[in-house]
Design a protein around this ligand. Structure first.
Ligand SMILES: CC(C)(COP(=O)(O)OP(=O)(O)OC[C@H]1O[C@@H](n2cnc3c(N)ncnc32)[C@H](O)[C@@H]1OP(=O)(O)O)[C@@H](O)C(=O)NCCC(=O)NCCS
Length: 175
């Protein structure tokens, strides 16, 4: 189980659709992560059944309420927004606005890092953030990622593929 005292990372379920719509329809969330705000509960349900139907994308559930309040996961080689090696992954995440700045994303990313390095044995985790979204870069820094100095464009994004991102990396010290 990927969990801390406050959160669990678990698969998305159909009954998360209303919570997903509530938080993912916020225009301050999706566009900062490269996707457009959700337009309806039906669209959120469809996304749960397609994009989120994956063994490497998890809901961030707040244990106290049982509600899904964010999403975290990784893209493997061949799925990523930036060029990565065969044993590398690219991490992505978002947290619902009412829960920002409480350390939740940092906690979730640390769980993901432990899983990727200790359980899966990946070599490097890459991540990237729009240069005008420093809060996301701060989460990566707090988890030990370092700035590669590279600026990139993510052509596969649904939203913001013309906007520069900063590329960050974290190497597996166990390797
Ligand atoms: C980025 C995001 C995931 C952070 O989630 P979170 O749970 O609030 O993150 P944390 O509380 O763990 O850490 C946030 C850090 O950013 C800092 N921060 C917040 N706003 C900031 C800003 N405008 N500039 C710089 N740092 C900022 C916070 O102070 C905190 O750092 P600190 O602990 O050193 O004080 C959340 O804001 C979000 O979902 N945003 C929209 C989607 C998104 O950007 N996804 C990432 C795409 S790359």
């Amino acid at each position: 189980m990927l969990q801390t005292d406050r959160i669990i990372l678990r698969p998305w379920r159909d009954d998360d659709a209303e919570a997903l719509f509530r938080y993912a329809s916020d225009p301050d969330v999706g566009p900062r992560a490269g996707w457009p705000p959700h337009q309806s509960v039906d669209e959120s349900l469809e996304i749960i059944r397609t994009i989120f139907h994956s063994d490497h994308i998890w809901a961030i559930e707040l244990k106290k309420t049982g509600e899904a309040i964010g999403c975290i996961g990784y893209y493997a080689h061949g799925e990523s927004n930036i060029d990565i090696g065969e044993n590398d992954v690219e991490a992505g995440y978002w947290v619902a606005k009412p829960y920002w700045n409480r350390g939740i994303c940092t906690e979730a990313l640390q769980l993901l890092i432990d899983y990727c390095f200790k359980t899966k044995g990946f070599r490097t985790i890459w991540s990237d953030f729009f240069v005008d979204n420093p809060a996301s870069g701060r989460v990566m820094e707090k988890c030990g990622f370092r700035d590669t100095g590279e600026i990139n464009y993510c052509s596969r994004l649904q939203h913001g593929n013309d906007k520069p991102v900063k590329v960050m990396r974290l190497d597996n010290r166990l390797k």
